[in-house]
Design a binder for this molecule. Structure first.
Ligand code: MG
Length: 385
């Protein structure tokens, strides 16, 4: 497809990755047929006036009404609720859906867009963590591509072009280590929200910043990589690379290692997914290795950041556990962001839930949703006692 003609929809357009996708779409005059967000109508109104999408879906019903009034002078049709979002996906006729919705809420829109035959640019890793088998199967059946927007997976996707799938020895995911790299468990007690939200290299939303601070994010990325590239978890290694210049690597069977490098800027992953299989012309800043001088690498401390090995085990066990892991984490992070629990409680809650939840094999979408709901309320109720 000619890159100028590509039509897209942006789900989660007011979040960090969503806004950066809007920047890229505008910079390259890509047609945006629809945008969707939970309730940030100020940002949505601005995006409607900038890009004139045919549709805008607002999950929050009251916010949708407000936005309809505010944008009555435009041609954009405002739809509301989950139903409105699914209608928009159905009616948009887009070639590609950028999904940067936060958390498990991104799952149904992803599946709907796949069934509508759209390629998916996926920034919502929870979709694959919760229901990776179902999503990858649906993509295969509907012959759509899943293009990763997560920097590590975009890097691996690009490195894999250097060899055949059966020639892959292992993937090496790089991790910045987050704001608490080098600290012990004791030193993590009493960490404040402000400290946890300060990511050293990437500018991201609140939830993923906390996930980076606990390294849960890297655990999710192991699961995401296994689904995207059809590998077992023992073929995915993690190394800490503080500078976030190498975005990940692939080692092939002959011992050659391919690395993808660049400045830490999500827009570069967004451009790659948007224009794949072509490469666009980008005239911004180039990577200058001489100003960096050196790149450093360390082993992750899996004893302190125990959610990383927990995620690997949850994927290896399979069934409902990855979904349970994600739901417990989403609920615990939410409690932490609302000052209801301590930073270290996130580790304890998630570990306890994963260890005690009754697992079942080959869950259906309905069972996944049920488990997700159950775990969230259990975590919240646990806090009320
Ligand atoms: Mg990442």
């Amino acid at each position: 497809m000619n890159k100028q003609n590509k039509k897209i929809i942006i789900l989660g357009s007011t979040g960090s990755v969503g806004r950066q996708t809007v920047d890229v779409a505008r910079a390259y005059s890509v047609t945006v047929e629809g945008i969707a967000a939970y309730q940030n109508i100020h940002c949505l109104e601005e995006q409607i006036r900038l890009m004139h999408p045919r549709f805008c879906a607002v999950l929050h019903e009251e916010a949708a009404k407000d936005l309809s009034v505010r944008t009555a002078d435009t041609d954009t049709k405002i739809v509301s609720g989950q139903e409105g979002l699914l209608q928009m996906i159905e009616a948009s006729g887009a070639d590609m859906a950028f999904n940067s919705i936060m958390g498990r809420a991104g799952l149904e829109p992803t599946l709907a867009a796949i069934h509508r035959g759209m390629d998916i640019a996926l920034a919502n890793k929870e979709t694959l963590v919760c229901a990776g088998e179902l999503v990858m199967q649906a993509a295969k059946e509907n012959r759509v591509k899943i293009l990763p927007v997560d920097s590590e997976h975009s890097a691996i996707f690009q490195c894999l072009l250097a060899g055949k799938r059966e020639e892959v020895k292992r993937l090496i995911l790089t991790a910045s280590g987050g704001p608490f790299f080098g600290r012990t468990k004791d030193e993590l007690r009493g960490i404040s929200k402000e400290q946890a939200l300060k990511h050293p290299t990437w500018s991201m939303g609140q939830k993923i910043s906390i996930d980076s601070a606990t390294m849960m994010n890297k655990g999710f990325e192991i699961i995401e990589a296994c689904h995207l590239f059809g590998l077992s978890a023992d073929k995915v290694d993690v190394i800490v690379h503080r500078e976030s210049i190498i975005h990940s690597m692939v080692e092939f069977t002959d011992g050659c290692v391919m690395a993808q490098m660049g400045l830490p800027d999500m827009r570069s992953c967004i451009r790659y997914a948007l224009f794949y299989p072509d490469r666009c012309v980008y005239q911004g800043e180039s990577l200058d290795l001489t100003t960096l001088g050196k790149l450093t690498f360390y082993s992750p401390d899996e004893d302190t950041f125990s959610l990383l090995p927990l995620a690997r085990r949850a994927f290896q066990t399979g069934g409902l556990l990855p979904c349970v892991l994600n739901a417990a984490n989403e609920a615990a992070v939410d409690l932490f962001l609302h000052d209801q629990i301590e930073f270290m409680d996130i580790f304890d809650i998630v570990t306890k839930v994963v260890q005690t939840y009754p697992n079942s094999e080959n869950p259906t979408l309905f069972e996944i949703m049920q488990a997700d709901k159950e775990v969230r309320s259990a975590v919240k109720e646990g806090m009320l006692k």
